[in-house]
Design a protein around this ligand. Structure first.
Ligand code: 5GP
Ligand code: ZN
Length: 118
């Protein structure tokens, strides 16, 4: 059994503001939101990051993205949202249990990343 923080949230050992769960996935609000709506969808199976996935994860990855749209609408994001998957050191991943961030709010979120000065 993994003592990873998101595995513990999935098992209910650490409280979270849950949005949705089924046999394969779990969705909950980010504890430190960076947009008016900010939640994450994670697979229940422990996968460290998108850098570790293989063909056996194809179904669950599709399931997460289909649910992203449905759950975003359920959170009032009818006019669009952003999905982010941070992967590895360069991607600035902080929690090593694969998660898809869903971000949105009443106003447009702005550009994806700040452009570096030339
Ligand atoms: P990453 O940088 O790995 O893509 O994002 C990890 C996210 O997990 C961060 O946005 C952070 O706020 C969130 N997070 C970290 N610990 C917890 C926690 O205990 N509960 C919840 N709900 N979110 C967490
Ligand atoms: Zn985990």
């Amino acid at each position: 059994m993994s003592d990873c923080i998101f595995c513990r949230i999935i098992r209910g050992e650490i409280p979270s503001k849950k949005i949705y769960e089924d046999e394969e996935i779990f969705a909950f609000h980010d504890i430190n939101p960076i947009a008016p709506v900010h939640f994450m969808i994670v697979p229940k199976v422990h996968v460290a990051s998108l850098m570790e996935v293989d063909a056996s994860h194809q179904k669950i990855l599709g399931h997460i993205l289909l649910k992203a749209n449905e759950l975003a609408r359920g959170q009032g994001l009818e006019e669009g949202f952003r999905t982010i998957i941070n992967s590895g050191r360069i991607g600035h991943q902080e929690v090593y249990h694969l998660h898809v961030h869903i971000l949105g709010g009443p106003e447009p979120l702005g550009s994806m990343l700040k452009r570096r000065a030339p």
